[in-house]
Design a protein around this ligand. Structure first.
Ligand SMILES: Nc1nc2c(ncn2[C@@H]2O[C@H](COP(=O)(O)OP(=O)(O)OP(=O)(O)O)[C@@H](O)[C@H]2O)c(=O)[nH]1
Ligand SMILES: [Mg+2]
Length: 346
């Protein structure tokens, strides 16, 4: 999981540490009266310093030479884009990294790697921190207000919509919430049975209609069922569709119009790499996307898709799918993600 991206970022830190520092130029000037002050304890050092302190500082610090780093950063734009980081994201990341490194002073004895890593951490965070929400909290809030929380899942064929719905239902149930499934994929053979099997295993109700039925009516019935019986959440499964298929996109718009979901969640497959970003743009324009769940992250050795999706489409990534079992859904937290990328192997 994320293996190659982790490795690349580690190498980047190594290269920056190896070749990116220079001795800080001595800041000697005439006007300041000499004074003896203890070596700076604080980082960054205080503004006002005497002559001796400044000479001391020049000896005591190294600076990051951003100019020298430019070729390395350029090389990593290409390297990262080979790992499914969208080119513009890779460029932006290196730009942010450079900004965070510029002017940083490294005290002798200080761990250079830590300083560089911190800059990279902050650069990544600045790209992927997007205001998000918690589905469980939203469901609890809706329940407290006597509403049914309606969530529609959509995406291209085979990305993992149905599996993800089962995982979300499992999670909600564990939190004491009561989900109902709406089998609004009345299009693909076997889709209804697939969701039904999950519903039975999870012990949650499911609303189905024969194949070829209007998916919007399935969603509608599920919502009515939930309202009538006091269930708290409706999870609407929809048929996989290519964004270029105008009829199916119209159908999806109709489901959204009829069901009026609180959240339209786009499911994206990490293995599709850069295409995931394209899919997100299309679905957002055609139907509107409130949030994303990225699946198959467990099988994604490159790792760049998570970074790209989180930073390009400006929609929060709520969860990562990391396997085929019900528990294999991780809440996406930018800080956790950066820790996974740059932290020590656990
Ligand atoms: N490894 C892994 N496999 C996953 C994950 N999520 C889904 N899958 C697998 O991906 C395949 C497709 O999953 P579905 O849930 O049927 O996908 P879908 O989007 O509903 O597919 P359609 O309804 O045909 O469009 C199944 O074999 C799932 O087990 C994940 O996070 N990790
Ligand atoms: Mg499906």
């Amino acid at each position: 999981m994320l293996g190659r991206l982790k490795k690349a970022l580690k190498n980047l830190v190594n290269e920056v540490v190896k070749s990116g520092t220079k001795e800080a130029p001595p800041e000697v000037s005439e006007e300041a009266p000499p004074e003896v002050s203890p070596p700076p304890k604080e980082y960054p050092p205080k503004e006002k310093k005497g002559l001796l302190a400044r000479v001391k500082e020049a000896v005591a610090y190294k600076e990051i030479d951003v100019k020298k780093l430019e070729p390395i950063l350029e090389e990593y734009v290409l390297l990262l884009s080979e790992l499914d980081v969208a080119y513009e994201v890779a460029e932006e990341l290196m730009e942010q990294f450079k900004k965070k490194l510029a002017g940083v002073k490294i005290r002798r004895g200080m761990d250079e790697r830590e300083v560089v890593e911190k800059a990279l951490r902050e650069a990544i965070l600045s790209l992927i921190s997007i205001p998000s929400f918690d589905l469980v909290e939203e469901a609890k809030k809706a329940r407290a207000e006597g509403r049914v929380l309606k969530v529609m899942f959509m995406g291209v064929n085979g990305v993992g919509k149905t599996t993800t719905i089962a995982k979300v239902a499992y999670m909600l149930k564990k939190e004491g919430l009561t989900p109902v499934l709406a089998a609004a994929d009345t299009f693909r053979a076997g889709a209804v049975e697939q969701l039904k099997t999950h519903a039975q295993r999870l012990g949650v109700p499911i609303i189905t209609k024969p194949y070829g039925s209007d998916p919007a009516s399935v969603a509608y019935d599920a919502i009515e069922y939930a309202k009538a019986r006091g269930f708290s959440v409706v999870l609407i499964d929809t048929a996989g569709r290519m964004h270029v298929d105008a009829d199916l996109m119209n159908e999806l718009r109709k489901v959204a119009r009829v069901a009026e979901p609180d959240y339209k969640i786009l499911v994206l497959d990490a293995l599709t790499g850069n295409d995931a970003v394209e899919q997100a743009k299309f679905f957002d324009e055609a139907v509107g996307v409130d949030a994303v769940i990225l699946t198959k992250v467990d099988a994604d050795a490159k790792g760049g898709a998570v970074l790209s999706v989180a930073s390009t489409i400006k929609k929060p990534v709520l969860y990562l799918g990391v396997g085929q079992n019900y528990e294999d859904l991780i809440k996406f937290d930018p800080k956790w993600f950066v820790e996974r990328l740059l932290g020590e192997e656990k």
